[in-house]
Design a protein. Structure first.
Length: 347
């Protein structure tokens, strides 16, 4: 079969395979799956391929090589792309009404969103695979470091490379709180934290096995900076504690603590760990300070300790303290809460 003058020259399956780098068997399989339909065939049933057909084969191979899509996923992509090309032509047609164009645009948007979901899922799988590789590489390097360290009694040899950054962990934990406060659990990842902290991902994978561990470490580190210490005067102790809570509430870190409460239903396992590992021990320490005050006779043994703490926390988190006078406002809160407590009875 030959093309007449002015007609497009069509290629046999062998020539098409040679042009595209695919095998003849692959071209037949693409047709069987509905991914490729040859533009013509000879009276004897021999397939003939146009330049447009070759471009489609190139697209199939690109989706396989670039994104790692399987043929079923490629079929969805090509079907959507074919439909979007039809939508484009129909949209530009002069007889298409505004209402029809609106419907076409809405359909095009839906198709593009479906394609994005397919690509995003593939990217997430690739990133997870890379993360696992990075973690294994770090663990292996750490093992090698231990195996090649100097024997007992010998001075360790200096290793090449940059010295360890003593502030790295602090930067990472600060970045983790910031990312979670801004983007929530869906936007929290090792990649995002590493970029914010200005570090590579490898140290993160070496230090924390999962992103849950990283987030909880960041929350715990911040929580430990606001302890309720017993220094002999309950009022002074509570004012200092409440001042730190108010100052913390005005910072971005507080949004991370609020968000983990709001997202309790999104990730109940994470919230349970937060409650058990961070919130409960912190409140238990505060209870201990109040019980010590009871033993000293500063407040009555009848004082409802949990209610007192709940009242204090409620006042802190339900109002916005003056930015320049948090201590004065903390004093007002403490005086109000203690003023509502039973008066100790002295014999």
């Amino acid at each position: 079969m030959t093309a007449s003058k002015g007609e497009e020259r069509l290629l046999s399956i062998g020539a098409a395979a040679a042009r595209t780098g695919a095998t003849e068997r692959a071209l037949r399989y693409y047709q069987q799956l509905g991914l490729l339909t040859p533009s013509a065939s000879t009276p004897g049933g021999m397939r003939r391929y146009s330049e447009q057909d070759l471009a489609r084969v190139d697209r199939i191979r690109q989706l396989q090589a670039l994104l790692g899509l399987n043929l079923d996923e490629i079929a969805v992509v090509l079907r959507n792309e074919d439909r979007m090309a039809q939508i484009k032509d129909a949209y530009r047609h002069e007889q298409t009404s505004d209402d029809e164009r609106r419907e076409l645009a809405a359909e095009s948007l839906r198709l593009q969103q479906e394609l994005r979901c397919t690509v995003h899922a593939k990217r997430a799988a690739i990133e997870t695979f890379l993360a696992d590789l990075d973690a294994r590489i770090c663990r292996t390097r750490h093992l090698l470091d231990q195996m090649t360290s100097a024997p007992a009694g010998e001075e360790p040899r200096a290793r090449p490379g940059r010295p360890r950054d003593p502030q790295l962990e602090a930067r990472v934990l600060t970045a983790a709180l910031g990312i979670y406060a801004e983007a929530g659990w869906s936007g929290f990842s090792f990649d995002a934290v590493a970029r914010r902290a200005g570090v590579g991902r490898a140290p993160l994978y070496l230090r924390w096995q999962a992103k849950e561990d990283l987030l909880l470490a960041a929350l715990s580190a911040h929580s430990s900076t606001i302890p309720l210490r017993s220094c002999g005067s309950l009022r002074d102790d509570l004012i200092e504690y409440t001042t730190r809570l108010l100052e913390s509430r005005s910072g971005p870190e507080s949004w991370a603590f609020r968000r983990i409460q709001l997202e309790a239903t999104v990730n109940p396992a994470l919230h349970a760990r937060f409650s058990t590992e961070i919130a409960a021990p912190h409140i238990d320490a505060a209870r201990a300070v109040l019980h010590q005050a009871i033993e000293r006779g500063e407040i009555s043994a009848e004082t409802p300790v949990d209610l007192l703490l709940s009242s204090l926390y409620g006042a802190v988190y339900s109002q916005t303290a003056p930015a320049d006078d948090a201590r004065r406002y903390a004093g007002q809160i403490v005086d109000f809460v203690l003023g509502r407590s039973p008066v100790p009875v002295h014999s």
